[in-house]
Design a protein around this ligand. Structure first.
Ligand SMILES: N[C@@H](CCC(=O)N[C@@H](CS)C(=O)NCC(=O)O)C(=O)O
Length: 198
């Protein structure tokens, strides 16, 4: 059984939501980041960054929420969380999955801190550009791939939910609201949200 290393009220929500979407059993291993457990020598062997979440699937161990999304979607193809290789939708699936940590996450942080970074130098361009591009992608909906829900929605939906609904770091928009309502209506999201409270 896979082991998910997690902490309440943290980015672990992405991985909790993901695991709940698979419908597969998994073990939750609490690493309470308020106690410093994430910096213990034992946990640093699992994630040398000393951060949650991390996942162990037997001897296969990995961290980074988007990588965990990609790994689990591949391990449980029956959960249909990723278009398979050869499917034309896989291109955009990968694009949005990588967009989560490389553009959405830093754009949220920039919106929150108001840090000035030249758009030409920032990998995510600017907060406006990042959120405009996401807004356009969600115009048709309900998901990033249209009618197909995927692990990319988990990576992006969890981040946007955190930034817009939980911490009000980013102003909402009609397409974001519609999208976050659709995410929040999923039973797996709701179970994960309860678990994430600790
Ligand atoms: N890039 C990582 C970020 C994970 C992360 O920032 N985790 C935070 C909790 S939200 C953490 O473990 N912080 C504890 C610490 O830095 O000591 C991912 O996307 O999974």
């Amino acid at each position: 059984m896979m082991k998910l290393y997690w902490s309440p009220r943290s980015r672990s929500f992405t991985a909790l939501w993901l695991m709940e979407e698979t419908g597969q059993p998994y073990e939750r291993v609490l690493i309470d980041i308020t106690t410093g457990a994430q910096k213990s020598p034992d946990y640093l062997k699992i994630n040398p960054m000393g951060k949650v979440p991390a996942l162990a699937d037997g001897a296969a161990i990995l961290a980074e929420s988007a990588a965990i999304c990609a790994y689990v979607a591949e391990r449980y193809p029956e959960a249909k969380l990723a278009p398979p290789a050869g499917d034309v939708r896989r291109a955009k699936y990968l694009q949005w999955l990588f967009f989560a940590p490389s553009c959405i996450e830093p754009a949220i942080l920039q919106a929150h801190t108001k840090l000035e970074i030249p758009a030409m130098s920032a990998a995510w361009g600017s907060t406006t550009q990042t959120f405009d591009v996401l807004d356009q992608a969600l115009a048709k909906g309900p998901w990033l791939l249209g009618d197909t829900f995927s692990a990319a929605d988990i990576a992006i939906g969890a981040g946007m939910n955190f930034a817009i609904r939980l911490f009000k770091m980013v102003p909402t928009r009609p397409n974001f609201d519609r999208y976050l309502d659709a995410c929040a209506a999923r039973p797996a999201f709701q179970t994960a949200a309860k678990l994430a409270m600790g």
